[in-house]
Design a protein around this ligand. Structure first.
Ligand code: HEM
Length: 444
């Protein structure tokens, strides 16, 4: 199946029937106590419920600013039968996820949520000729997870690997039971056969360590002569963890890198021998980039951060739920309420960023050109549920980006100008760039 067909089949079509409306919190919950803030009683923004397709696009990518300007940083939306509270802006999201971390740390169960994720396309790399980057980036990034899990890497042409990538990606996109079964069977066959050559004194991968732990726990049960359930170190959990790491760690990182290359094509003066490539030449030279180089490369570090801020690849965050009754900004929110801490509203918060809607690496540089951390930089979210893979992802982004720009200059295909390059995000659970091609010109 080609990229076009898959992209056409991706999307929220099954939910057209589902209607959504946006309300202020007051219409969601009646006040029940005098300590609770008094809500306005007429606050319905859209009496004609919006179809969820429209809502996803507008709410998550731009309209949140207008909604929050009109209704404040905390408002509720009605998605079918489900009331959901949306939190917008750096201060409010930080107040919930960081200052009241425990109360906002639960996850709701939303079976259909996964279906909104992005697509997967087939393509091939052909240096010199224009090419599409999805498959090659996914393959490169997935091999990092494979290395951690298995201490090996797959050849990009290996049919088993191609099938694995397809299964993982389709699984993010669609909840296909058949795929999940095949993925789990694959993990069983490929990963758990590890057990045969397991050496306690030479643990080289995550799966080695997991299986050793499993054996130790079972041994201790036997010694204690107790019948206990091994709550964590059982095969079902191993399969789930492996599937989750692929699901969460591949598309996010590879999509960010694809945004990075697109932005370098759009802004050649930033990519150029005077900026990123100049810094790479000065600090790394022709040796292999290492993570220790990062502190000596403030401009490149700032560009990678700005790519993440601008690309805003998980605009809606993953959904949270309140673990207890809680009061936020004076609003009472009952336990078990679905919460969307909107990351796009933090990454584009006008009170936090000088040029929130522009690609502007100077957001992360001081007047002396030194790298500066920014509190509103939250692409990985914050608090107790923040991304588990943040450190790994940051390392990968720096190393892949630096290596690619060390070796190549990225340009639009012949006949396409910088102005033609479209920075509008494609809509999905993660926002990837619109399908595009690029040319990689070897630098040496
Ligand atoms: C650029 C790359 C990445 C971005 C932008 C990203 C972003 C996120 C975000 C926004 C969340 C939701 C946090 C929340 O609910 O508050 C999340 C969760 C998660 N991420 Fe990442 N992520 C990235 C890469 C990775 C990688 C490389 C891995 C693992 C290898 C990973 C593993 C996870 C896991 C396991 C969760 C769920 C944590 C939980 O439920 O407690 N992510 N990520």
């Amino acid at each position: 199946v080609g990229l076009e067909t898959l992209l056409q089949n991706t999307g929220p079509r099954p939910f057209r029937a589902l209607k959504v409306s946006i309300n202020t919190l007051n219409s969601a919950w009646k006040r029940t106590g005098s300590q609770r803030r008094s809500f306005r009683t007429s606050g319905i923004l859209s009496r004609q419920p919006l179809p969820v397709t429209k809502l996803c696009f507008s709410l998550f990518l731009s309209v949140e600013f207008q909604l929050s300007k009109q209704y404040g940083p905390v408002f509720s939306i009605q998605m079918g039968p489900q009331k959901t509270v949306v939190l917008t802006g750096y201060e409010t999201v930080k107040e919930a996820l960081v200052n009241q971390a425990d109360a906002f740390a639960d996850r709701p169960i939303i079976p259909m949520f996964q279906e909104l994720a992005q697509g997967f396309g087939e393509s091939y790399l052909c240096i010199g000729n224009p090419f599409e980057t999805t498959t090659i980036m996914n393959a490169a990034v997935a091999n990092i997870i494979v290395a951690l899990l298995l201490d090996k890497r797959f050849d990009y042409e290996d049919p088993t690997y191609i099938r694995l990538l397809k299964l993982v990606n389709e699984n993010i996109r669609l909840t296909i039971k058949q795929n999940r079964d095949e993925l789990f069977a694959f993990i069983n066959a490929t990963f758990i056969k590890h057990l045969r050559d397991l050496d306690e004194n030479d643990q080289r991968s995550f799966i080695d360590s997991f299986l050793i732990q499993q054996q130790e726990v079972m041994e201790s049960f036997k010694l204690e002569k107790k019948k206990k359930t091994n709550a964590y170190f059982h095969n079902e959990n191993l399969k789930a963890v492996v599937a989750n790491l692929f699901g969460a760690g591949v598309e996010t990182t590879s999509t960010t890198l694809r945004w990075g290359l697109l932005l370098m094509m759009k802004y050649p003066e930033i990519q150029s021998e005077l900026k990123v490539q100049e810094e790479i030449a000065k600090v790394v030279g022709s040796s292999q980039p290492r993570i220790e180089h990062r502190t000596k490369m403030p401009y490149t570090d700032a560009v990678v951060h700005e790519i993440q801020r601008f690309a805003n690849i998980v605009p809606t965050n993953l959904p949270h739920a309140t673990a207890t009754d809680v009061t936020l900004n004076g609003y009472f929110i009952p336990k078990g309420t679905h919460i969307i801490p909107l990351l796009s509203s933090v990454l584009h918060d006008e009170s936090q960023w000088e040029k929130p809607h522009k690609f502007y690496p100077e957001h992360f540089l001081n007047s002396e050109g030194k790298f500066v951390k920014r509190d509103a930089f939250m692409p990985f979210s914050a608090g107790r549920r923040a991304c588990l893979g943040e450190t790994l992802a940051k390392t990968e982004l720096f190393l892949f980006f630096t290596s690619l720009l060390q070796g190549f200059t990225f340009q639009p295909p012949p006949g396409t100008s910088q102005e033609d390059l479209d920075l509008t995000p494609a809509v999905g659970l993660t926002t990837s760039p619109m399908p595009h091609q690029l040319c990689a010109l070897p630098r040496f």
